[in-house]
Design a protein. Structure first.
Length: 200
């Protein structure tokens, strides 16, 4: 049976100007889970991020910019001897429609700069990823470049699906926290019961 996560990382960029942007959905999830678990996130200089602890679980929001996220992940994981398969990284995903969700271990970084840096710093891709769909400008009929797209807030019509996905992830948290990844996958990969696009 897979190990229960000991480190949950939400990816995003620091600073008020990025708070509401698509690239920060990983931060959004950690904020919501921290509130649900009544965990306070506080700056931790030695871990290069905002962090808090609930029992054996650490919650982390790296404060370097996205392409240096691995600095924070490696610092905390190395200090507490947390193995890659005990790390769950929550991040935005261009290849899934708004509201799409995929949970998997290892694999490609899909060109995501945060994942790329974490993989490089840990020396392995074998950590878990919770992929939250934000759509792609081409699939959404937008002329924006990808960088501009991820650094802007979701459009009003995209937000309900993204918010519903975050709620589904919170409901799946007990299974995730217990290392029951297959149970969580069945729940998260299923088509939403009411509204919102499902992951393809």
């Amino acid at each position: 049976m897979p190990s229960a996560p000991r480190l949950l990382v939400g990816l995003g960029n620091p600073g008020a100007e990025y708070e509401a942007t698509r690239h920060n959905v990983g931060f959004w999830f950690v904020d919501q889970l921290a509130a649900a678990l009544r965990v306070s996130l506080a700056p931790q200089a030695k871990f290069f991020g905002r962090a808090g602890r609930a029992g054996e679980l650490w919650l982390l929001q790296p404060t370097p910019f996205m392409n240096h996220s691995g600095q924070a992940v490696a610092a905390l994981a190395n200090f507490y001897k947390i193995a890659p398969d005990e790390i769950l990284v929550v991040h935005d995903d261009l290849d899934l429609p708004p509201g799409g969700i995929r949970l998997k271990q290892g694999g490609s970084n899909g060109g995501h700069n945060g994942l790329k840096d974490i993989q490089a710093r840990l020396g392995t891709p074998d950590f878990w990823r919770l992929r939250l769909g934000i759509g792609h400008p081409r699939s959404l009929g937008l002329a924006q470049g990808v960088v501009d797209f991820v650094l802007h807030p979701p459009r009003r019509e995209e937000m309900p699906a993204i918010e519903a996905a975050l709620e589904r992830c919170l409901r799946a948290w007990p299974a995730l926290a217990g290392g029951e990844y297959e149970t969580a996958q069945r729940s998260l990969h299923a088509k939403p019961a009411t509204g919102g696009p499902a992951a393809p």
